[in-house]
Design a protein around this ligand. Structure first.
Ligand SMILES: [Zn+2]
Length: 309
């Protein structure tokens, strides 16, 4: 239903905007840039690289699952009124694919920042047929690749402030490199056999590769698919066989699956605690430390290492 309605809404909004676009006569370098972003992690890069030049409107707030998120009428209006749109891409925002493609077709800069990660570094799990794994923010080394696409798109839109965007980008890069060192340092506290991360959905493949953890999740890469009884049973087998002490809940997902795994393990005589919730597909609330990318990653690694030690 929504697929049929969206193009109509879109054309109405677009014609309204092109007619009356406030400030259309004002040069973009003389006013703030209106950016619409999808997730908080994307917004964090744009905020840090754009600085005070960019006014950000974020579609998905804390606790919202990007795999399942659909655009409301208000969202379409916000997207149509933006100077520039930044999203993760790699099919994370699966249900925004059509509306983002249409924005792109109108000539509006529409930037999939995770597609700045070199293709040879992307993972392509066979069960996520035809797509790369979108959860690149879970390894800071991967997320560092998203800085340049944001910087370059802002410079193209607003070349008068190019130096500012370049300087901001380098400052943010330095901070993320320090964050990466912090994560590495905490990971070293766990011996290899303790690096076992069991979560509800499979958001940790880049984390696994980047920090040498084994990861298991009954629900797969996208929350669009549900965990089967067989998936839950095989996760319980892993817990029992490897004597895993903790499971991790996620901020964007109901704890039901992880509780079912805990119950199943208990029935087989293996007590396991539930830690977290980890911030996987959304950051924490605005104004809290976890409401930034750096705070989210620090919270996650501290929670993981402390629970598995
Ligand atoms: Zn996810």
């Amino acid at each position: 239903m929504i697929r049929k309605v969206l193009p109509l809404l879109l054309s109405l909004f677009l014609s309204a905007c092109s007619g009356s676009s406030s400030g259309s006569t004002e040069a973009i370098s003389d006013r703030p840039i209106r950016a619409v972003v999808t997730t908080g992690m994307v917004g964090d890069v744009v905020h840090n690289v754009g600085g005070e030049r960019v006014e950000i409107s974020q579609l998905m707030q804390a606790g919202v699952d990007p795999h399942l998120y659909k655009a409301s009428e208000g969202d379409v209006q916000r997207l149509a009124g933006a100077d520039i749109i930044f999203y993760n891409g790699l099919h994370l925002e699966a249900r925004l694919t059509d509306v983002l493609a249409q924005m792109d077709q109108t000539g509006k800069p529409t930037v999939a920042i995770a597609e700045g990660v070199p293709e040879e570094e992307l993972l392509a799990p066979p069960e996520f047929a035809g797509f790369h794994d979108p959860h690149v923010w879970m390894d800071v080394k991967m997320w560092l690749h998203t800085i340049d696409p944001v910087r370059d798109a802002l410079i193209e839109l607003d070349p008068d402030h190019a130096e500012q965007y370049r300087a901001n980008a380098e400052e943010y890069r330095t901070r993320l490199q320090a964050l990466e060192s912090y994560v590495q340092q905490r990971v070293q506290e766990l011996p290899a056999e303790r690096r076992m991360l069991v979560t509800a959905h499979d958001a940790f493949n880049y984390f696994s590769k980047g920090y040498e953890f084994d990861v298991f999740a009954p629900q797969g890469i996208s929350t669009e698919t549900e965990a089967s009884v067989e998936d839950i049973r095989s996760t319980i087998d892993v817990l029992v066989e490897r004597n895993v002490p903790a499971l991790f809940a996620e901020s964007t997902i109901s704890p039901d699956i992880i509780k079912a795994v805990q119950e199943g393990a208990k029935a087989r005589g293996h007590e396991v605690t539930i830690a977290g919730p980890l911030y996987t597909d959304a950051m924490g609330n605005e104004g809290t430390p976890e409401g930034t990318y750096e705070g989210m990653i620090r919270f996650n690694i501290d929670t993981i290492v402390d629970a598995l030690k």
